[in-house]
Ligand binder design. Structure first.
Ligand code: MEV
Length: 438
């Protein structure tokens, strides 16, 4: 049994590490050495990372890869991807190259509206509440002026506030539903600050509203928070070309390929089990770029999957069609991203990634991220409907198996040479290594 610890957050980093090593590890000195091995040798850089969160003991590496040759709306980009899955960056690069000679990717931002809500309980006459809101709506804007001033200078701010009656879902439940434009920032802090002020204004104004009874004056605010579901913060990415141009090494019969590809997408449109895996492949591309550019991938994940269920059944985020001999493949996803504020000005590798992307606006980053998702989905479906996924996947995974067995340099050369012409499977590699070592 391990012991509980009190005042842990007050301990120094060294003390925390010593405690954890002694409490949980059979060889504490080795555990400590491992943690320290991952510290950055530059003290300032390490301190920066230490202070992102509480109780930092070391850094957790994930590779940052790059996928070049993405032709998006006529401009080339090299896309940064932070991801641990072996085949993702290779698939992105391959797909980027493929579409760069077929017109590239087209991406458009459809809308950029963000959402936040004040959830509250009102016990009284609904028509009086409606009248109260109509008469005090302007106050919600004036009371938040100090918060919105800078955002307004950048062309953003509060777009609208509406009162929603939700009593059909929960007794006495109402909400202020506000929409925002946050320009190049993701806007979480801005939105939440506005909402908390709305909540204060709501309570104050209600408490002195003459038409309300004492009970009606006593509005209970349950919480004020942005929504990560942003169905009106939408971006579309698309590729298309005449069917015959799809020809390449693995696509000898482009018409057959295009038809099978469309069928694969249709299956994901109607079958939730497949849709989840299909969309997971899309998220391989999206999360990797979102993470590399310092954005909140949990928010993006939550919002996108909710969007995939918007019609009451979980479905594919992407779609494909063949019309008049033209193959078109596209997706439409909600993405609330920022290119200023938050980690974007703090994390050195995030700054690097954004500079590599030529310091994009939030709208440009939405397009890049959507394209990365579409590219990843194209790569997965191309493999699935032709060679199968394992061929490419296992080729990329070979390095992981080699590392697991701590192969020597000489062994690595022999293993790679052999598996250039043989199917890679975990057992096949293990057998080969064992034979080599006999
Ligand atoms: C693996 O990370 C992603 C895939 O399963 C996606 C798909 O099946 O479309 C290959």
């Amino acid at each position: 049994m391990n012991n509980a610890v009190t005042g842990f957050s007050k301990l120094s980093k060294e003390e925390k590490i010593n405690w954890i090593a002694n409490e949980y590890f059979s060889t504490p000195t080795e555990a400590i050495a491992l943690l320290k091995n991952y510290w950055n040798s530059d003290k300032k850089t390490q301190q920066l990372h230490d202070e992102f969160i509480e109780n930092t003991i070391t850094n957790f590496y994930i590779p940052l890869g790059i996928a070049p040759n993405f032709l998006i709306n006529g401009q080339y980009s090299t896309i940064p991807m932070a991801i641990e899955e072996s085949s993702v960056v290779a698939a992105a690069s391959k797909t980027a190259k493929f579409w760069s000679t077929r017109g590239g990717f087209k991406a458009t931002v459809i809308n950029t509206e963000k959402i936040g809500q004040v959830h509250f309980i009102y016990n009284g006459d609904v028509s009086k509440l409606n009248l109260f809101f109509a008469q005090t709506k302007a106050v919600f804007f004036t009371e938040t002026e100090s918060i919105t001033k800078n955002m307004q200078k950048r062309g953003g701010g509060i777009l609208d506030i509406v009162l929603n009656d939700k009593t059909d879902l929960l007794p006495n439940y109402f909400q202020l539903h506000a929409t925002f434009e946050t320009k190049d920032s993701m806007g979480a802090n801005f939105i939440n600050s506005c909402l908390e002020q709305f909540a204060k204004t709501l309570k104050e104004e209600a408490s002195t509203y003459e038409l309300f009874s004492e009970k009606e004056k006593d509005i209970h605010v349950v919480m004020s928070i942005l929504s990560n579901y942003v169905p009106n913060c939408l971006v579309r990415a698309e590729v298309s070309c005449p069917i015959e141009e799809l020809t390449e090494k693995h696509i000898q019969h482009p018409k057959e390929f295009a038809e099978k590809f469309v069928q694969a997408v249709q299956i994901a449109e109607v079958e939730p089990y497949r849709a989840v895996t299909h969309n997971k492949g899309i998220m391989n591309g999206i999360d990797a770029v979102v993470l590399a550019t310092g954005n909140d991938f949990r928010a993006v994940e939550a919002g996108i999957h909710a969007y995939a269920s918007r019609n009451g059944k979980y479905s594919s985020l992407s779609h494909a069609k063949i019309e008049n001999g033209i193959f078109t493949f596209w997706l439409e996803i909600p993405l609330a991203l920022g290119t200023i504020g938050g980690l974007t000005t703090l994390h050195p590798l995030v700054k690097f990634s954004l500079e590599m992307l030529k310091k994009p606006s939030a709208k440009e980053l939405m397009q890049i991220v959507a394209v990365a998702g579409l590219a990843q989905n194209f790569a997965a479906l191309r493999s699935l409907t032709t060679t199968g996924i394992q061929e490419g996947h296992m080729k990329m995974h070979l390095n992981n198996i080699i590392n697991q067995f701590e192969a020597t340099d000489k062994e690595r050369v022999l293993i790679r040479k052999h598996f250039k012409h043989h199917a890679v499977s975990h057992n096949a590699v293990v057998d080969f290594i064992e034979n080599l070592r006999k």
